[in-house]
Design a protein around this ligand. Structure first.
Ligand code: HEM
Length: 523
């Protein structure tokens, strides 16, 4: 082995270094990684913030937490252990103060999205969710906001109603079948998932995806989306890795990793094709359809008004992105709601009583679907829904933003420009100052006790995010939930098949849940 001596001529020194590196490369590599990690830990302006040791040295801690699907739970534990500001990566802190989170997410404060979002496909044509250039995002969102208004959604209400009828027919089939001696549970969780997808198909593309009809995950479309979200969630923690993986040209040669032929993408492309060429006289409407103003038609109209700012690629990206953003989120919200109310007999009976009274007094119809206003009049049910979104918000990963270049003050701490700051609904919604000492438990009554207190709690609910990135689909989600949930609860009686068993939950971006099995009977 060569020994390095001072005074050697440069080629000799170089050869010696090379041979030393060749022999000892594993040690050198490990030493480099350790020193780099320690430098990140100790020479960072974030060094004073507590957190897991590994997290302060490497982003692998976040990768690990996400890969286990339990980021939401990890963050509750972290803040309990370390306090309101926790260092969760060399350049990232998580905050638990709801007021600070409002500031972080509020429009105009210039805390922009991080590169985490850019990993979500399609990278070549980002949609509203994945666009991280704030000005471009604002332009696209202005066009996309139009079809998502509550008024526009109300127009599409008949198609939600049709999907509800299909859902009810499946329950009727189950009830008739379940009269046999071997009574099997009904997977309400799965059916809520199918419902959320089918509604999106109708609303976005005037097309039924067929999940409810077939009573199954057709072509494993839901699984494919969930797999892709798991990838996004994990790789999004170290976005550079995406260039080695999905953005790597070799990736497309691995057929089972490609989503290009997935059912939803294929259908979206077909629907786009049917409406091309986009012209002002057809205004994006389906030529052979029922003339409904679906999401795709509205986006095509937005494109025709200003093709420079909202291209054809944007039409596809935004419509297709809606299915990804709006399916697991809505399904997860409804699953959490049902699991909570069915786990507490008292709560469930209060809801049933409220519905019976509303029918008896004519506040809601005794048959068929409710409209938005009728559902809003069910105050106890509304409190139960809000409480479910508080205790188990559908987004389980952190919402992360970058501190603007000049730095910013949050929760009494100054963070330098470029620091990533994260917040998590599961943590924020458990703040005892805002939600009370019993914030950890599901108790819908908290929303009905004191109007002022309820208003304050409302101010700190983050289930739909906030500011310029407030969920664009919240009107649709709330409308379909407010239609299907009271209808189910009025027309049927539910019982958990395995009381006490928690839902299985995996946080990829949304908390994807399973295991909501119930017995259903008629009242
Ligand atoms: C109960 C159901 C839903 C929940 C809980 C939910 C939650 C959220 C949250 C928390 C965000 C902010 C994410 C962030 O800033 O990182 C968001 C954004 C978004 N959501 Fe939803 N969502 C739901 C339903 C929907 C539906 C039905 C659609 C579309 C059909 C949709 C489309 C979007 C889009 C496009 C964004 C990005 C908005 C932006 O960045 O400007 N969501 N959603």
């Amino acid at each position: 082995m060569g020994v390095l001596k001072l005074g050697d001529s440069s080629p000799a020194v170089f050869t010696t270094i090379l041979s030393f590196a060749k022999t000892h490369w594993p040690t050198i590599l490990v030493t480099f990684i350790v020193l780099r990690g320690l430098a990140k830990r100790y020479f960072s302006p974030l060094r004073k913030y507590p957190g897991p040791f590994l997290a302060s040295c490497t982003r692998l801690w976040k990768v690990w937490s996400t890969a286990r699907g339990r980021t939401h739970l990890d963050h509750i534990e972290l803040h309990r252990k370390y306090g309101p500001v926790v260092r969760i990566a060399p350049n990232e802190v998580s905050i638990s103060n709801p007021e600070a989170a409002r500031m972080l997410l509020s429009a105009g404060k210039r805390f922009f999205k991080t590169k985490f979002y850019a990993v979500f496909p399609p990278p070549e044509n980002p949609d509203i969710f994945t666009e991280i250039r704030e000005d471009v995002h604002a332009t696209k969102k202005r066009v996309a906001n139009v079809p998502y208004s509550m008024a526009a959604m109300q127009q599409l209400s008949p198609f939600i109603d049709d999907t509800i009828e299909l859902f009810m027919s499946k329950i009727e089939e189950y009830i008739n079948h379940a009269r046999s001696p071997n009574k099997k549970p009904f997977d309400l969780g799965d059916y809520l998932h199918y419902f959320a997808f089918d509604v999106l198909g109708e609303v976005a593309f005037s097309r039924n995806f067929g999940f409810l009809k077939e009573g199954r995950d057709v072509e494993n479309a839901i699984k494919t989306i969930d797999k892709s979200q798991t990838y996004n969630g994990i790789v999004g923690q170290v976005p550079e890795l995406d260039y080695l993986l999905r953005r790597n040209p070799l990736w497309k040669f691995i057929p089972w990793l490609s989503t290009k032929n997935a059912l939803i993408t294929r259908m979206a492309l077909e629907e786009m094709g049917k409406r091309q060429p986009f012209t002002k006289d057809t205004a994006g409407l389906l030529r052979t359809g029922d003339g409904r103003q679906d999401l795709l038609a509205s986006l095509i109209q937005g494109h025709l008004k200003d093709p420079e700012k909202f291209g054809e690629g944007d039409v596809f990206a935004v419509a297709h992105g809606a299915i990804f953003a709006g399916s697991d989120s809505t399904a997860s919200t409804m699953q959490s709601f049902f699991w909570h109310i069915l786990s507490d007999r008292r709560v469930y009976q209060n809801i049933v009583r409220e519905l019976e009274y509303a029918v008896a007094t004519g506040a809601i119809p005794s048959k068929g679907n409710l409209n938005w206003n009728q559902a809003q009049g069910l105050h106890y049910l509304q409190a139960c829904l809000k409480e479910a979104m508080r205790v188990r918000p559908a987004v389980g990963l952190n919402i992360t933003r970058l501190v603007p270049p000049e730095g910013a003050q949050l929760d009494g701490h100054f963070f330098p420009g470029g620091t990533s700051v994260a917040c998590n609904g599961w943590v924020l919604h458990r703040d005892k100052d805002v939600f009370g000492q019993d914030a950890d438990i599901y108790r819908p009554e908290r929303w009905l006790e004191d109007e002022e207190k309820a208003k304050r709690m409302e101010r700190y609910m983050f289930q739909f995010g906030g500011g310029s990135h407030l969920c664009i689909g919240r009107n649709l989600a709330l409308l379909e939930i407010n239609k299907v949930v009271p209808r189910l609860l009025r027309d049927y009686r539910f019982e958990l098949a395995r009381p006490g068993r928690p839902l299985k939950a995996n946080a990829s971006f949304f908390v994807v849940q399973s295991g909501l099995e119930v017995y259903i009977t008629k009242p």
